[in-house]
Write a protein that binds this ligand. Sequence first.
Ligand code: ZN
Length: 102
Amino acid sequence: MADRLRFAPDLTTQLEGPNPVQVSQKEAHDWYNSADWKRVRARVLARDKKLCQVCLTRGRTTLANMVHHKLKRIEYPHLAYTESNLVSLCWGCHAKLDHASR
Ligand SMILES: [Zn+2]
């Protein structure tokens, strides 16, 4: 259960939003728990050897905690399962990306 929440990165950042955000939160929660996503996610983690790809470019070896959509899933739903649009990241790098895109 704790794992499920951890792999739904957008949930924690949107908890205080109004109703429309909560609806998308539920959608995201369901989506990130789908069998299809878990399958693709596992493939991407294996491809990236479970290492954060951003840390790697900086010479650091950090275990990846999550798989990130380079182009947002909501805006580019047809790329949601495209492995070239997915990258393994650690929480630290993901948080920076997320904030940068807001
Ligand atoms: Zn990292």
